[in-house]
Design a protein around this ligand. Sequence first.
Ligand code: SF4
Length: 302
Amino acid sequence: MITQIHILTTYMCTMSCEHCFVCSSPYSQGTFTPSQISALLDQTDDLGTVKRIYFEGGEPFLFYPVMLNGIRQARSRGYSVGIVTNGYFATSEENARCILEPFPGIGLADLSISDDVFHYENREENAARRAFRAAQEMGLPAAILALDPGASGPEMRGSPREEKKGVITGGGIMFRGRAAAKLSPYADASDWQTFTTCPYEDLQEPSRLHVDAFGNLQVCQGICIGNIWEHPLKELVRDYVPSRHPICGPLLSGGPAQLARDLGYTPPPTVADACHLCYLARKSCREKFPGILQPAQVYCDE
Ligand code: SF4
């Protein structure tokens, strides 16, 4: 049952992190409008099972009035709301309090702030930490989103290069999107045939879906089960038969290794993780699955 919808408010971001799943950058295209959010919420109302709406990206605070409008719409319809941000706006705690000022009144269920060595090489002080402190002072349900529990704590020391290496080789990264190209060469690689399950997403009975401004309804980033601007969300969810989906079917029967075989993709002898193999196999044949292996942004093909 779908209980969460993650709105990819924009693919645009202030940063171009090496580990970004969706290849976001300051130049990325694809941003919701308030009326598109309203149309999406009409569809989630109709589906009837959604409890929480997340506003994420990219960096949703880049389009602050749009995000705020969307959050107000979602709250007025009774949804619990979360935000995922890198906290870039916290140039000072005072400025962070100004930006966050509406949220105690609106009511947020979660404010997740990314703070890791890929977002911020300064591990002593950075915008994410200022945003977190300001949010905590204001009584907002803030949480630090880190790749590795150690990466956000003051006990983590060493050069940014060492920390990044530790996260890459320690399994803190999933090698999809930009991470597949930028970071996989530094990972401890394994025989591709050993990746026989999808370790992170419940493709059989998903409880959350991601949707972007183009309408792409994604069961994992870059794997679509339809387009909400072409068919209603309710129909797409009803008609999703995992075993018959050309990408999810093989992933369910034998993981990324089976997907590579079914797609006729010949992987390199070793890959960084299951997501790396899955991503490489999908990227190799995007044009054969129009409407499914979308959007270009997620494949760094924009
Ligand atoms: S293996 Fe593929 S479907 Fe599963 S989480 Fe990784 S990228 Fe997503």
